[in-house]
Design a binder for this molecule. Structure first.
Ligand SMILES: Cc1cc2nc3c(=O)[nH]c(=O)nc-3n(C[C@H](O)[C@H](O)[C@H](O)COP(=O)(O)O)c2cc1C
Length: 227
């Protein structure tokens, strides 16, 4: 899966199979977080991996009762260390860079999950004190996000995005581009279409392959019986 496919096919997954996530895959997710950029390379983050049922239940309760979270076999609580960043960059570091550093790590982790066939969801709506108590987070740490991971159950719909030309300006705010696709040399909807038709073709050929294998098995069984 290349980076574009990974970005464009990622969805927030909130329904999970009751299948544990392998530790090596969790390891890659954590490594991807660690590889994120950060202001001054301060790496002002901590990742707390939570897999126990009780702790996941407590985290779901702390997240304003988002009960779907409990079913995700892995939660990773991403914390920032704002005071550490303040020492280097003052108030801007404390309030802005510390948040941005963890957000960059979070996005890397979500994409690393997607690349490995694991669904994830970024949860930001939670009571910070409850999360701090649940995970024993000291004064220096501030929980920024809870990431829920697991193998997805079913497909998740794309909630859609506003058109590129409505969110992109050239030179100044409100500097609209008359024909975005012409200027950029590619139409983004074509890119998406190419990705989804590629995926469909792959799915079709793999199900055809499954059928062939099945027929092969049945034929061998019949031959054995006839002998
Ligand atoms: C800062 C932030 C906080 C979020 N908090 C929650 C949350 O508390 N619960 C939830 O179900 N989704 C949460 N989301 C996920 C968004 O709802 C989701 O990304 C958005 O609807 C777009 O869907 P997509 O991720 O499938 O593209 C959050 C996302 C971000 C970036």
């Amino acid at each position: 899966m290349d980076v574009f496919e990974c970005i464009f096919t990622r969805r927030s997954v909130r329904k999970f199979l009751e299948v544990p996530v392998e530790w090596d895959k969790i390891g890659y997710i954590l490594e991807a977080g660690r590889a994120a950029p950060s202001a001054g390379n301060l790496q002002s983050w901590k990742f707390i991996v939570c897999t126990s049922g009780n702790q996941r239940k407590a985290l779901a309760e702390a997240s304003l009762g988002q009960s779907w979270m409990e079913k995700a076999p892995v939660h990773i609580v991403v914390c920032s260390e704002p005071k550490k960043v303040e020492m280097f960059y003052g108030i801007r570091g404390e309030r802005l860079y510390s948040v941005q550093n963890t957000a960059a790590a979070v996005m890397n982790m979500l994409l690393a999950a997607q690349a490995q066939g694991i669904g994830g969801c970024w949860v930001g709506a939670f009571d910070e004190d409850m999360v701090k108590r649940t995970c024993g987070i000291p004064e220096i740490g501030r929980p920024q996000a809870i990431l829920c991971f697991g193998y997805p159950e079913g497909k998740t719909k794309d909630p859609g995005r506003t058109a590129l030309y409505t969110v992109t300006f050239v030179s100044s705010y409100h500097g609209r581009i008359a024909d975005m696709n012409k200027m950029m040399g590619y139409p983004s909807h074509k890119l998406r279409k190419a990705i989804s038709s590629g995926k469909e073709a792959l799915e079709k050929s793999s199900s055809a392959l499954d059928k062939l294998i099945d027929t092969g098995k049945k034929l061998t069984q019949r031959k054995k019986k006839n002998k």
